[in-house]
Design a protein around this ligand. Structure first.
Ligand code: MSP
Length: 525
């Protein structure tokens, strides 16, 4: 049976159009999903939109629209973006869909049945922008307005509310955070720094409220607005938008139907999130699930934030980057490559056009593109356009041939731990070695000195290496690598990791090559 794999992006708020931060998470998830597809796993990749809550309700009101019509419109931008970014997602979920409301109600009822929910009164500070509650000691005050650590203004809220017994699950969470790698019950929060942050947050809470732990319970319903999923049996309340939103990950897997076709994918392998929403995914979400008797996701991976040309991205600065415009300007694959190459996944990074162009020109156009073009042009010109036969490597070829052959294993190790930048580092190191190899063995000169047999060997080794590069780079740049596969004569059913074990037959005709990447002029920007 095939191994099942499940990866998610956060579902995006539809209060505004997509920006490059959204594109980032989505591309990362797509690369991992495609990598698993290359390995022959059965993959479920989910993305979608988060459409309830006060923040979205307010955005609809500001636009003078009914919330449903408004969310239909903005959600469509996110759906269109999956096409623009070349995502191969298996589903696109909207929290306003009937299947999702049904899943939320079922989860609520299950929690209620298990006595994990009780009715009380909420009184405290709430930030609509973050859709989050804050404690008084977390706030700062400026000009009479109080702010959350995220910079969002908070308001005092007092209303009847249902509570979730979060306090009861915190010790169990700590136990699971601390289980060794590979333990089936471990909740793996990555990177390490985020895991420590989440643990410290839970520990501090447990310490501060040792004698009144119920203070740590979570308010999970609101009565002051209506744009949400109604609480079963008490329609004056709508569910807290984070309980609603997080549930999307099981809705799409078919919850509450245990016989659903997709339930086999749960628990998810990785939830990709930005660093600002780790708390929700690493504390609330696993607690809700454990309380309902459902296994939590195996890993939460939090990536960093992008600044734009050194500045925070914000509407007021007018520097919000539209990913659709970026793709139109630089092409999709250079953008996908840049996003995962430029910064180590998990750290913050700066988006600059100069850096994107630099990566495109030196690594894609020069190093990889020229290597492919030189090799394939020489095969066209000097081997009558036919792939040379494979021969055992000579001693002087061995190091190079081995480096290319072991590359997929190295990439696998890096991608299994979501170190996209390290995977690309290893691939680019191998591409550089191939450039050294072609320069040192100068196949163009061998023809002139009547060493045609040797020339053919060298070109074949290079061709084999290019096939490996196309395979391991396909998840990152699927369109361009499919073009490279075409030029290399790799048939459609041999473009995966297992197929690398079977060499292409010598003698097959190769099409004339054409450039894979174009150089971008810095002046043009
Ligand atoms: N709706 C919630 C998520 C619910 S998941 C059950 C949400 N939506 S969001 O649209 O505000 O943000 C989605 C993601 O975009 C978050 O992971 C956030 O970290 C990410 N980013 C927002 N700005 C970003 C950057 N400047 N850089 C990188 N990622 C950024 O939160």
């Amino acid at each position: 049976m095939k191994q099942t794999r499940y990866v998610t992006t956060p579902i995006y708020y539809v209060n505004d159009k997509p920006h490059v931060g959204h594109a980032y998470t989505s591309v990362a998830a797509d690369v991992l999903a495609r990598w698993w597809r290359l390995q022959g796993h059965e993959v479920f990749f989910l993305t979608g939109t988060d459409e309830h809550g006060q923040k979205v309700e307010k955005a609809a009101r500001d636009a003078g629209m009914d919330p449903q019509a408004f969310t239909d419109q903005v959600s469509q931008h996110f759906r269109d973006l999956t096409g623009t970014l070349g995502l191969w997602n298996d589903d696109f979920i909207r929290t306003t869909e009937a299947r999702h409301k049904a899943a939320c109600s079922a989860l609520w009822e299950e929690l209620a049945r298990r006595d994990e929910i009780y009715l009380g009164h909420y009184e405290g500070w709430y930030a609509v922008r973050d859709e989050a509650f804050y404690g008084p000691d977390e706030l700062t005050e400026r000009d009479g307005v109080k702010y959350a650590p995220s910079g969002a203004p908070v308001e005092w809220v007092r209303e009847p509310s249902y509570f979730f017994r979060l306090s009861k699950w915190l010790p169990e969470l700590l136990r699971r955070f601390d289980l060794p790698f590979g333990h089936p019950e471990r909740i793996d929060v990555q990177p390490e720094a985020r895991r420590n942050e989440v643990r410290a947050f839970v520990q501090q809470g447990l310490k501060d409220f040792a004698d009144k732990p119920e203070k740590l319970d979570l308010s999970i319903s609101r009565t002051s607005f209506t744009w949400g999923v109604k609480v079963p049996g008490d329609p004056a309340h709508v569910m807290y938008v984070w309980l609603d939103a997080l549930t999307n990950y099981i809705t799409a897997a078919g919850y509450p139907d245990p016989k659903a076709k997709r339930w086999k994918f749960w628990p998810a392998d990785v939830h990709f999130v930005g660093k600002d929403i780790v708390r929700f995914h690493a504390i609330y979400w696993p607690a809700f699930l454990m309380a309902a008797g459902i296994e939590p996701a195996k890993r939460v991976f939090a990536h960093g934030w992008w600044t734009i040309e050194g500045q925070k991205m914000s509407k007021s600065l007018g520097n919000v980057i539209d990913p659709v415009a970026l793709v139109a300007e630089y092409g999709l694959d250079p953008l996908r490559y840049f996003l995962l190459r430029e910064v180590s996944f998990g750290s913050d990074g700066d988006f600059s056009r100069k850096a994107l162009i630099g990566r495109n020109n030196s690594e894609l156009a020069d190093a990889l593109g020229n290597l492919a073009n030189r090799t394939l042009s020489l095969i066209q010109k000097n081997c009558e356009g036919c792939l040379p036969h494979k021969k055992d490597p000579r001693d002087t070829d061995k190091l190079f041939v081995d480096e290319a052959q072991t590359l997929p294993t190295e990439v696998r190790v890096r991608l299994e731990s979501q170190e996209f930048h390290m995977a690309l580092d290893a691939i680019m190191a191998a591409v550089r070695s191939a450039n050294v190899y072609i320069t040192v063995h100068a196949p163009w000169a061998l023809k002139k000195t009547q060493q045609e047999e040797r020339m053919a060997e060298v070109l074949r080794h290079l061709h084999d290496a290019l096939r490996v590069f196309a395979t391991v780079l396909w998840p990152f740049m699927p369109t361009t690598m499919d073009a490279l596969f075409d030029q290399l004569g790799v048939p459609a059913d041999a473009r995966d990791l297992a197929a690398l074990a079977t060499p292409l037959p010598g003698g097959i005709a190769l099409p004339p090559p054409s450039p894979l990447f174009r150089k971008i002029e810095i002046e043009a920007v």
